[in-house]
Design a binder for this molecule. Structure first.
Ligand code: CAA
Length: 383
């Protein structure tokens, strides 16, 4: 078993790190304060080959392996979870989902535009009454001769206000639960597609775009179906297997950022006549954080490697997301504590990491849902 990265992987990591340090991190505090997504970074990520990392070159992608793509997510996560979150949705939930389930015509139409950043994608699953229980969705798809007509409401849709294309999940028969669900590729300029910002101010990810989307007699042609009718739930879950890996890798980045910030701060901060890094209690915290970062990263790399091998990854991806996000929540909490009063204001970025990381623990399946996914593979699903 080899743990070192190949030369190619190292080169992609270096490119992502330089971009994160030079172009993403310097904007993060202001973007967070203004609550505005730095949109110009989208095309820049396209030109760097990040928007469609693992997509084949024939569809405008970079053809990188999944471990390389996890390294990109980690580096972006270290700098700004709002930007990394954009990518996990745009690439993980949308482009890879179209690649896996689309017809050749759909792939040719969408993938190159999503790869360059000409178009932005969003993924519409969550509803007011269907969060963790995604199969209970109420958004309906009424079948007519040559089209489907969508009615319903989606919430917490990342990139929803800036997206050009949305993967929309809707049911043609709610009584059939998950077997009634269909997936559609919907142009966001379609008549009957209305969107607005989510109400309230988010705890974290304040630079990310989150929308409420309402469908009112939104008519889409039958050619907009992604996959077969009734396959929508599987499509949604398989997309989440891609997206959750991006969230897990992003959480490793946040935890690493907390560790780096804590080391730098505790080495220069002096109290009781010495560096606070010399106190054993502080050292124990740093050591635990470092152990967690290593373990989380290894779990992410294992899931990415399995994906590359074409093997099942649902369980391993959920383990990686569960462990990495929980570890990063702990690391962020400890990092704020180690910074003392300074950690409590946005003078230091640990305050933002602490707010942002709660999002990673919730979206693309809460920690409870990841535990359900893992446990079902251990004991099966109850009646
Ligand atoms: N890949 C492919 N198929 C899968 C799958 C996967 N990973 N997981 C389940 N399936 C299939 C099952 O095999 C089953 O198929 P059959 O009918 O052929 O047997 C079918 O899907 C139903 O599976 P379950 O019985 O397990 O379904 P369930 O209703 O019990 O739900 C769940 C399972 C894991 C709890 C699921 O509902 C879930 O993941 N919930 C969380 C949803 C979530 O993550 N939401 C976040 C949305 S995205 C977001 O955060 C916003 C954003 O903008 C990013």
């Amino acid at each position: 078993m080899r743990f070192d990265l190949t030369e190619e992987q190292q080169a992609i990591q270096a490119r992502a790190r330089a971009f994160a340090d030079d172009e993403v991190a310097p904007l993060a505090r202001e973007a967070d304060e203004r609550g505005e997504f730095p949109l110009h970074l989208v095309k820049r990520m396209g030109s760097l080959g990040f928007l469609a990392g693992p997509i084949a070159a024939s569809y405008g992608g970079s053809g990188m392996d999944y471990l390389s793509f996890a390294l990109v997510y980690e580096e972006l996560g270290r700098a700004d979870s709002s930007v990394r979150g954009f990518l996990a949705v745009h690439a993980g939930l949308v482009s890879l989902c179209i690649r896996d389930w689309g017809t050749e015509e759909q792939k040719q139409h969408y993938l190159p535009r999503l790869a360059s950043g000409e178009w932005i994608g969003c993924y519409c699953l969550t509803e007011p009454n269907a969060g963790s229980d995604a199969a209970s969705m109420e958004t309906s798809a009424r079948e007519e001769e040559d089209s489907f007509v969508l009615n319903g409401e989606k919430i917490w849709i990342t990139n929803g206000n800036i997206a050009d294309v949305a993967i929309v999940f809707a049911t043609r028969d709610a009584s059939a639960r998950h077997r009634g669900i269909c997936a559609f590729l919907v142009d966001t300029s379609s008549a009957g597609f209305r969107r607005e910002a989510m109400p309230g101010k988010e705890l974290g990810h304040r630079a990310a775009d989150h929308a409420k989307i309402v469908f009112e007699e939104c008519r889409v042609p039958k050619s907009a179906l992604l996959g077969a009718p009734g396959e929508g739930f599987k499509i949604a879950m398989s997309a989440l297997d891609h997206g959750r890996l991006g969230v897990a890798a992003g959480a490793v980045g946040v935890a690493q950022a907390c560790l780096d910030a804590s080391i730098a701060f505790t080495k220069q901060r002096r109290q009781f006549g010495q560096r606070i890094a010399d106190f054993q209690m502080v050292q124990a915290t740093l050591a635990d954080m470092a152990a967690d970062v290593d373990a989380a990263r290894l779990l992410v790399h294992r899931a990415a490697w399995l994906k590359q091998e074409g093997r099942p990854t649902t369980r391993e991806t959920s383990i990686a997301k569960l462990f990495a996000t929980e570890a990063a929540v702990k690391a962020a909490s400890e990092a704020v504590l180690l910074h003392g009063g300074r950690g409590y204001s946005n003078e230091f970025p640990v305050e933002r990491y602490y707010r942002d990381i709660k999002g990673l623990q919730i979206y693309e399946g809460t920690s409870h849902i990841q535990r359900i996914v893992i446990a079902r593979q251990l004991v099966g699903k109850g009646e």
